[in-house]
Design a protein around this ligand. Structure first.
Ligand SMILES: [Fe+2]
Length: 319
């Protein structure tokens, strides 16, 4: 249940398609950047035509989106470029329209893109998780050492969303002009990125310009990297971001995975021993007597049903 590696890719190289799913207004065009064909989760560049109108409604998937160019009206609030939204599954957004048109990046994280017309939230929606912000005006750039070990100085971060259970993150990042970092990195999480503006360079994948995109599964070497004139991008991870740094350009994803497991065995030997004890039968992960929420993004079925695992999990909406 993952998306294939796509890198490098630039959305300017492909044309828009018309959205034909029910609920979306006419004048909604998309470019598919990445897609999990099992669950339908996907990331799309979206063009809304001038005059676009969409009724109030919710998706059965968690949704994040950012205005890349132009502006949209959400209810009676006008949101310009750089405005970011975190929309939990089942959260009913007000009517959305765009007078002059807009370019958006939309990330349906836990299920296929959908819009069910409604001015009420789904009863299972975790509405308290909703938030939106003008990222360009109302958040300041912070050093990249939010994560340690850190990227080199000159790569700055604005944290947009953080899941305290999975440590999944969404963030803006920028590289200042002449930024460079000479080591190679990989992570235990999947990572995606979209260039809002500017070009960066990666040793393995070359230059990524404005509109550039990657979906990078875990354990894939990336770096060294650099940017001559600077760039600004939005990034997202699906679980904890840890920088496994090294200088071996020939290591394979399998070798990287083994190295990561070896580090875990050294750091948390008792936990490691428990995890590899095959006497346990916990294909969905072990129980947590305190935290019974789903371990990944919340997804409620279209018919509102919930699913109870047969090995001791509390009731929860299935992800
Ligand atoms: Fe990375």
């Amino acid at each position: 249940m993952t998306r294939p590696h796509i890198e490098p890719f630039c959305d300017r190289d492909v044309g828009f398609k018309n959205m034909v799913l029910p609920g979306f207004g006419s004048g909604f065009h998309y470019k598919m950047l990445s897609l999990d064909t099992d669950v339908g989760s996907c990331t799309m560049t979206v063009q809304l035509d001038g005059g676009y109108q969409q009724p109030p409604g919710f998706s059965y998937s968690e949704l994040e989106f950012i205005v890349v160019e132009g502006s949209i009206s959400v209810g009676d609030k006008v949101c310009n470029r750089g405005h970011y939204f975190f929309v939990p599954a089942g959260y009913a957004m007000p009517a959305i329209s765009s007078e002059q048109g807009a370019l958006l990046l939309m990330m349906y994280n836990t299920g296929e893109s959908s819009l069910t017309e409604s001015d009420e939230h789904h009863p299972l929606s975790r509405t308290e998780l909703y938030h939106d912000v003008d990222t360009y005006a109302d958040i300041v750039w912070a050093p990249g050492n939010l994560v340690s070990p850190s990227v080199a100085a000159g790569c700055m971060i604005k944290l947009l969303n953080f899941n305290p259970q999975t440590f999944a993150m969404t963030f803006l990042y920028c590289m200042t002009p002449h930024f460079h970092q000479d080591n190679i990195s990989y992570h235990d999480c999947a990572e995606e990125g979209y260039h809002l503006w500017g070009t960066s360079w990666m040793m393995q994948f070359g230059e990524l310009p404005t509109g550039g995109y990657f979906w990078r599964p875990p354990y894939i070497n990336h770096g060294a990297f650099a940017s001559e004139l600077g760039c600004i991008a939005i990034g997202r991870t699906d679980s904890k971001l840890f920088n496994h740094f090294h200088y071996n350009p020939w290591s394979t994803p399998e070798e990287n995975e083994h190295r990561s497991a070896a580090r875990l065995a050294r750091r948390d030997p008792m936990l490691y021993r428990w995890c590899v004890n095959h006497a346990h039968n916990h294909p969905h992960g072990p129980e947590d007597f305190e935290d019974t929420m789903p371990r990944r993004g919340t997804h409620t079925h279209a018919d509102g049903t919930t699913h109870t695992h047969d090995h001791g999990h509390a009731d929860h909406s299935h992800d």
